[in-house]
Design a binder for this molecule. Structure first.
Ligand SMILES: Nc1ncnc2c1ncn2[C@@H]1O[C@H](COP(=O)(O)OP(=O)(O)OP(=O)(O)O)[C@@H](O)[C@H]1O
Ligand SMILES: [Mg+2]
Length: 596
């Protein structure tokens, strides 16, 4: 199973490109960056002035030709201490600002990505495992956040310190400065090469993290099924394997990072030895003093420290870049095509007619699920759609509700092409009750309110009464405040449909699309559902995917599907008399109904 399906045409981004794009998307990432940079640079500059003052203190005030000047030395010492304190403060401020910016900016980015996930076609989302998608707004962003908060400040401070120290070294001693910069350049070039390998490794790590989250999440949400089939051990082994694979990929990558880091020790040693060796052996020629060599060595230490820091950050940076790539990939996936507002048209008020014109539909990379379907449903008609499992019934109604995009011109609501209706208008006029409604982990009333956030409790109570469900509601343990559990787990499939029906009632739709639950419902609930549907469908156009005899019998008209084609179209009695597909389906239903 591939986790990279949200953006099939991914283009690889480097960390710099990624951060620039992220900053464009989340402007607060960039806000005040200039001041932060200034603070970081002044912090490292301040730290650097200290060794220079010390050199002066040694060479001039204490070991100078005019003998030691203790008062001047004390003044210089005091100045050095003051600068050190100010530099410390500036560095702390820079760090504080960066942490705050990262928190704000990444929050903004996370919201953007989350928002976008809701706007891209449901099919693109459905192709990626949920846990892996969740990873994109959690673990992947977290990797970026860790880098910005800890690596970002190090990088800013380190790079500015490197720059300043390099200049100081060249000014203090051009020969030794050139030696240091030469070694550093060779080292930097080899690091850049290693970094490319690290980047690829971290892409794999992020993918493994996503797979782990998806697999573990699935094993948790599938717990009842796992128990029912007694496959706990097999599942645990599978999850264990996936986690082990993540651990192995991650540790291999970290070892590479650590190896890179240890080369920086080598670099530091080589640097010191070269400077001391060359400095001492050329002392006669260059006339370097003990104080100057000591100050230079101090500068070398100050040069090596940020290099080591940067190598350490390199590892974090590649992890962040890999995370950022996965986050930004989501934003590369085009949003579901929304009609242009100036082009959008509204069907006239009242019940909607539905026209399907030669509709052929296939899921991506799949065979045709609907094949040249044409049908006209006048406004106000109560239509049942029947057919064997897999015949394309749910697909047809999802396409009519524009939950999946049909080819343009194949569906008209109230005479207006579906793609010309604005989304808000469509959702206001068309209510869709899915085969397996999703409920949020909230109270019953809160779940109903997803139909209309403005609806107050009395209105919801009225809705229950209107659908003849008041007694069902009052029989629940906590009435309106009954918690529905995650995904609505605490209710049966039939009860979830009841809740979804009330939700749809609040919309007062001009077209109701209902995909009946397939799972068996007890006779009492069956009667309730039927009554609720009956009330719901009266006076409006309705398309009901029927899995029950009674629903089909109650319809004005029945559409019979087989293998994605509309094979029969008529009223109950006529279709029964014709003795075709419907008659056979009906015979089977009757047997099932009497055997319950
Ligand atoms: N998201 C999807 N991606 C790919 N193929 C799909 C998807 N959803 C459904 N299909 C395929 O489309 C075909 C029709 O499915 P559909 O859900 O429309 O059938 P149905 O008539 O509603 O069946 P049932 O009576 O069991 O609800 C099936 O062969 C199914 O495998
Ligand atoms: Mg179905």
């Amino acid at each position: 199973m591939s986790e990279g399906t949200v953006a099939p045409d991914r283009r690889p981004r480097s960390l710099v490109v990624g951060l620039r794009e992220a900053a464009a998307l989340a402007p607060s990432l960039r806000r005040g960056l200039g001041i932060t940079l200034l603070l970081a640079v002044s912090g490292s500059l301040g730290t650097l002035v200290v060794p220079l003052l010390l050199q002066r203190l040694l060479d001039v005030e204490l070991l100078g030709t005019q003998g030691p000047d203790v008062a001047a030395a004390a003044r210089l010492g005091l100045l050095a201490a003051l600068i050190a304190v100010l530099a410390g403060f500036a560095s702390w401020r820079a760090m504080y600002r960066l942490v705050r910016t990262a928190a704000h900016g990444l929050h903004e980015l996370r919201m953007r990505v989350f928002d976008h996930l809701h706007a891209i076609p449901t099919l693109s989302v459905a192709r990626e495992r949920r846990g892996a998608l969740v990873a994109r707004v959690t673990a992947d962003i977290e990797a970026v956040s860790q880098f910005i908060e800890w690596g970002g400040i190090g990088m800013l401070a380190g790079a500015s310190q490197l720059g300043v120290v390099a200049v100081l070294m060249v000014v203090l001693d051009p020969v030794l400065g050139a030696v240091v910069l030469g070694i550093a350049t060779v080292y930097a070039a080899s690091l850049l090469a290693a970094q490319r390998v690290l980047a690829r490794r971290y892409d794999r790590v992020r993918l493994r993290v996503a797979t782990s989250l998806a697999t573990a999440g699935e094993a948790i949400s599938g717990l009842p099924t796992i128990r029912a089939y007694g496959i706990e051990e097999r599942t645990a082994r599978h999850v264990g394997d996936v986690l082990e694979e993540q651990f192995r990929t991650e540790s291999r990558t970290r070892i590479l990072g650590a190896t890179l880091f240890s080369t920086s020790e080598l670099f530091a040693a080589l640097m010191t030895i070269s400077v001391v060796g060359i400095g001492v052996s050329t002392a006669d020629l260059t006339g370097v003093t003990a104080g100057r060599l000591a100050a230079f060595l101090l500068l070398v230490t100050l040069f090596v420290a940020p290099v080591q820091l940067l190598v350490e950050i390199l590892d974090q940076a590649q992890s962040a870049a890999a995370g950022l790539r996965r986050v930004l990939d989501v934003l590369d996936t085009p949003r579901a095509s929304e009609p242009e507002p100036d082009r959008s048209r509204s069907p006239s008020a009242g019940p909607l007619s539905v026209a399907v014109r030669d509709l052929t539909y296939a899921y991506p990379d799949g065979p045709n699920v609907l094949d040249a379907v044409s049908v006209d449903v006048p406004a106000g008609e109560r239509v049942a759609i029947v057919g064997r499992t897999g015949s394309g019934k749910s697909t047809l109604v999802k396409v009519i509700a524009r939950l999946q995009q049909p080819p343009p011109g194949t569906i008209l609501l109230g005479g207006v092409p579906l793609e010309d209706i604005a989304t808000t208008e469509l959702r206001r006029r068309v209510a869709f009750v899915p085969q397996d409604p999703f409920l949020f982990d909230a109270t019953l009333f809160d779940n109903v309110r997803y139909g209309d956030p403005e609806a107050d409790d009395p209105r919801i109570l009225d809705a229950f009464a209107a659908l003849d469900l008041s007694d069902w509601l009052s029989a629940l343990p906590d009435g309106p405040n009954t918690r529905t559990g995650e995904r609505g787990d605490r209710l049966s499939a039939g009860e979830r449909q009841l809740v979804a029906l009330v939700r749809a009632w609040l919309v007062r739709p001009d077209l109701l699309i209902l995909d009946e639950a397939t799972s068996a419902v007890d006779p009492e609930l069956d009667v309730r559902l039927r009554r609720a549907v009956e009330r719901m469908t009266s006076g409006r156009t309705s398309l009901t995917v029927a899995h029950r005899l009674a629903t089909a019998e109650a319809a004005d008209r029945i559409l019979v599907f087989a293998d994605g084609r509309l094979v029969e179209d008529g009223a109950h009695h006529g279709l029964l008399a014709a003795g075709g597909t419907y008659a056979r389906l009906h015979a089977r239903w009757s047997v099932d109904a009497t055997s319950v």
